[in-house]
Design a protein around this ligand. Structure first.
Ligand code: AMP
Length: 386
């Protein structure tokens, strides 16, 4: 719909792919499942897909930029399983590589937003931040580190350790003793260079034009190190606070280069399917009924005719379901009803001998009509308005 091609990347990758993108993050150091294969190679079950997609981009070097892809599939993280937090969970995501146009950021954020809307979810909040880039980070990191070191004595032991590895991550601390210090810490958004600030302003203006509301969340940091500039999270207020992120993403303008490719800007999101379903439950919105077939075939001559007819009609572009097990007419009609197909086609012994079938309009007022078997595809195509 928006020009994104489907990408299927492997469930496991060389451990290095993930180590290179998040050595100081929990996702990589604590939550990743990794093992040695028979050749002693270190392999990891993917904890997320952005690194894999960028690895594929670097490897195949597509020339048509921006390169826009989407994916879905299982991810694995070593977690203590609880509601909304699983060791295997599913994500749907998109990634765009090769453009740093703020309009790309707006497109990506809006596609995620519209996805929740299309499911009927209303209690989703978009949280937005800019994490700056190499042009603004040195000054900001220096200010942040100086501030945190000034207050190190009052930080939790865990945050003191984090401070030595990556001061930014201290802002993500959920520990009570850290909260008052984190609340007063210098903010990245106040240290953006002019260019980065302009980029962020353009993203916000683009969202305003689309009528997508957001909250600026200056303390939003993401679970991996590679994020730059625009970062965002979709949070469901219908879910409990600790597990209320139903999706998130951001720019990663340095990731391709750190995986051995040419400097290439990129941005994407991953939406958590399991949590989205929990949010649907909590908001009592449920995905629409499964798509009904166009036609349900009821065969009273044993079932082989239905096999032939279904194959013929499907090749003609008609969606067909049918009865099995040579069940009674009543039993097959019940299944036809349940399928919600607008038409049923009946094949009886007499009809089979005469080369005819009976088409029944299941909901309209055309009732039943005998149609010659050779005209059936035409008749159904016309009736279905194809
Ligand atoms: P992340 O890149 O870690 O922000 O993950 C993106 C989305 O995946 C999150 O917003 C969650 O909806 C979902 N997610 C992440 N970890 C888990 C997990 N362990 N179990 C279920 N969903 C998860």
């Amino acid at each position: 719909m928006a020009g994104y091609g489907h990408i299927m990347s492997p469930i496991f990758e060389d451990l290095g792919v993930f180590l290179r993108v998040g050595e100081s993050t929990d996702v990589v150091t604590k939550e990743m499942y990794d093992f040695e294969d028979k050749d002693g190679k270190r392999i990891a079950l993917r904890p997320e897909l952005t690194a894999s997609v960028v690895r594929a981009f670097v490897q195949h070097n597509p020339t048509n930029l921006p390169w826009k892809t989407w994916y879905e599939g299982p991810q694995f993280r070593h977690e203590r399983p609880q509601a909304g937090r699983y060791r295997q969970f599913s994500q749907v995501g998109i990634e765009v590589l090769g453009s740093d146009d703020p309009q790309v950021d707006v497109e990506v954020i809006a596609l995620g937003w519209r996805f929740y809307e299309s499911l009927g979810l209303r209690e989703v909040t978009l949280l937005l931040n800019s994490l700056g880039d190499d042009s603004c980070r040195p000054a900001y990191f220096a200010a942040l580190e100086a501030y945190l070191r000034d207050h190190a004595a009052d930080l939790s032991e865990m945050s003191r350790e984090t401070l030595d590895k990556n001061p930014l991550r201290v802002l993500d601390s959920k520990r009570r003793e850290d909260q008052s210090i984190v609340a007063e810490a210098p903010l990245m958004v106040d240290h953006l260079t002019e260019e980065t600030a302009e980029h962020f302003a353009a993203v916000r203006a683009g969202l305003d034009v689309l009528g997508i509301s957001y909250e600026i969340s200056p303390r939003l940091v993401r679970g991996l190190d590679y994020y730059t500039r625009t970062t965002f999270e979709y949070a469901s207020t219908a879910l409990e606070n600790a597990q209320n992120a139903v999706g998130g993403g951001g720019r990663y303008d340095g990731l391709a280069e750190s995986l051995g490719g040419k400097p290439t800007p990129g941005i994407g999101f991953a939406l958590g399917v399991d949590r989205i379903l929990l949010a649907c439950d909590a908001e009592e919105v449920f995905p629409g009924p499964t798509v009904a077939p166009d036609v349900f075939i009821v065969d009273l001559t044993g079932g082989a005719e239905a096999t032939k007819l279904a194959d013929e009609l499907r090749q003609g572009g008609i969606a067909v379901d049918r009865g099995f097990d040579a069940r009674s007419m009543r039993a097959q009609m019940k299944v036809a009803d349940r399928s919600a197909a607008p038409y049923s086609v009946l094949i009886g012994e007499d009809e089979l001998a005469a080369g005819m079938v009976t088409v029944r309009d299941m909901y309209g007022d055309t009732g039943q009509t005998q149609v010659s078997r050779t005209d059936l595809l035409n008749e159904l195509t016309t009736r279905l308005g194809r």
